[in-house]
Design a protein around this ligand. Structure first.
Ligand code: UDP
Ligand code: MG
Length: 309
C-alpha cells in the first residue's frame, strides 16, 4: 500500500471545500492501492473555510489541516503542506477543481511506472480567461525561458504528483520568496506532463487579478534569473561608450573650429533625462534583488501556524 498525501491550499473557499473533498474522495476510493492523507491548509481565510475543513476532518480521520495565523499566500501554504505530508507520494491540488481529480489514477500509474519522479499537469488553452491575461502569460513564459537556466513549462499548473525524494528536494529549498513553478523545475528530476483543456472554477472567485499576476511574474523572474542585473550593467556600459564617443567628437570639433556656436541644448536635455531614467531603472532592478536579500536575511518564518490537526 502507498500513502498518497494530498496538499490543498485554501483561501476563502468555503463553497469549494466540500465539493472538492467529495470529488477527490470518490476518485481515491477507486484507487485500491493507495491510502490517502489530506492536508488542507487554511491560508488565513476570512470566511468559514476552516469550519468546513474541520467538519470534514471529524468524519474522516485521514483529513488533517493547518490553519495559518493570517494570509501568507499560496506558496507558503504549499510549503507548509509539503512539510507535514508523510506520504511516499505527494500531490498538490487547488481546491477549486481547476485541477481535475480524475487525473489522479493516471498520475499515480505514471509515477508508479518508475519512469518519472513527478507527473505534472499543463493546460493547453485558457478558455474563460481574458485575452490580455493570456497574452501576458505567454510573454512571461517566453521571457523567463530565454533569460533563466531554470526552464518553466508554459501552462504548467502547480497540480503535480511527486515522489518522496522529490518532495524532500523541494523542502530543502528554504527560500523566503517562493516561486513554485521555478522550484519544481530547479530541483530537476524527471517530469511527465499531462495536457488538458482549461477547466473553470466550481465556485468562488480567483484572487489573482492581472496586476497581482504581473507582480508575481516579475518576482518569479528575479527569483530565477540574474539577467535583469546584467541588463543594468549592459545599459551602463553602452551609455558610457556612447558618452566617450561624444566627448571625443566635441574635442575634435573644438580643435577644428574653436569658434563654433553653442547649439543643441534641447537634445542635451533629452539625453540627460534619458540617462537619468536609465539610472533609475537600473537602481530599481538592483533594488528588487536587494529587497529579496533583505527579506531572506531577516530569516522570518515562511508561515505561522495557529491551529493544526
Ligand atoms: N490560495 C491560497 N492563498 C492565497 C491565494 C490562493 O492558498 O493567498 C489557494 C486557493 O484557495 C486555491 C489555489 O490557491 O486553492 C489557487 O488559487 P486561485 O484559484 O485563486 O488561482 P488560479 O487557479 O486562478 O491560478
Ligand atoms: Mg483556480
Amino acid at each position: 500500500m502507498d500513502k498518497l498525501s494530498i496538499v490543498v491550499p485554501c483561501y476563502n473557499e468555503e463553497e469549494s471545500i466540500p465539493i472538492f473533498y467529495s470529488a477527490v474522495s470518490k476518485v481515491l476510493a477507486k484507487m485500491s492501492k493507495v491510502v490517502p492523507e489530506y492536508w488542507f491548509i487554511n491560508d488565513g481565510s476570512s470566511d468559514h473555510s476552516l469550519n468546513e475543513i474541520k467538519t470534514i476532518s471529524e468524519s474522516d480521520r485521514n483529513v488533517h489541516y493547518i490553519s495559518f495565523s493570517r494570509n501568507f499566500g499560496k506558496e507558503a501554504a504549499i510549503y507548509a503542506g509539503l512539510q507535514s505530508a508523510i506520504g511516499n507520494y505527494v500531490v498538490v491540488m487547488d481546491v477549486d477543481l481547476q485541477d481535475p481529480p480524475s487525473f489522479l489514477p493516471k498520475m499515480y500509474e505514471l509515477i508508479k511506472s518508475g519512469k518519472y519522479d513527478s507527473v505534472g499537469c499543463r493546460r493547453i488553452d485558457r478558455t474563460g480567461e481574458s485575452k490580455f491575461k493570456s497574452f501576458l502569460s505567454d510573454k512571461f513564459y517566453s521571457i523567463i525561458n530565454k533569460i533563466s537556466k531554470t526552464q518553466i513549462v508554459a501552462g504548467a499548473r502547480d497540480y503535480r504528483m511527486m515522489t518522496r525524494q522529490m518532495v524532500n528536494a523541494v523542502l530543502s529549498m528554504k527560500e523566503y520568496s517562493r516561486f513554485s513553478k521555478g522550484i519544481f523545475s530547479w530541483v530537476g528530476f524527471k517530469t511527465k506532463y499531462i495536457e488538458y483543456h482549461n477547466v473553470e472554477r466550481v465556485a468562488g472567485e480567483t484572487d489573482w487579478t492581472t496586476w497581482k499576476l504581473f507582480k508575481y511574474a516579475m518576482s518569479g523572474i528575479a527569483d530565477f534569473s540574474q539577467a535583469p542585473l546584467n541588463l543594468a550593467m549592459w545599459i551602463g556600459i553602452f551609455s558610457f561608450a556612447l558618452s566617450l564617443i561624444g566627448i571625443i567628437f566635441i574635442i575634435i570639433r573644438k580643435i577644428i573650429n574653436p569658434f563654433s556656436s553653442v547649439f543643441g541644448w534641447a537634445s542635451l536635455v533629452s539625453v540627460i533625462l534619458l540617462i537619468g531614467g536609465l539610472q533609475l531603472l537600473c537602481i530599481g532592478i538592483i533594488g528588487r534583488y536587494i529587497g529579496k536579500i533583505y527579506l531572506q536575511v531577516k530569516n522570518r518564518p515562511i508561515y505561522i501556524v495557529k491551529e493544526k490537526k
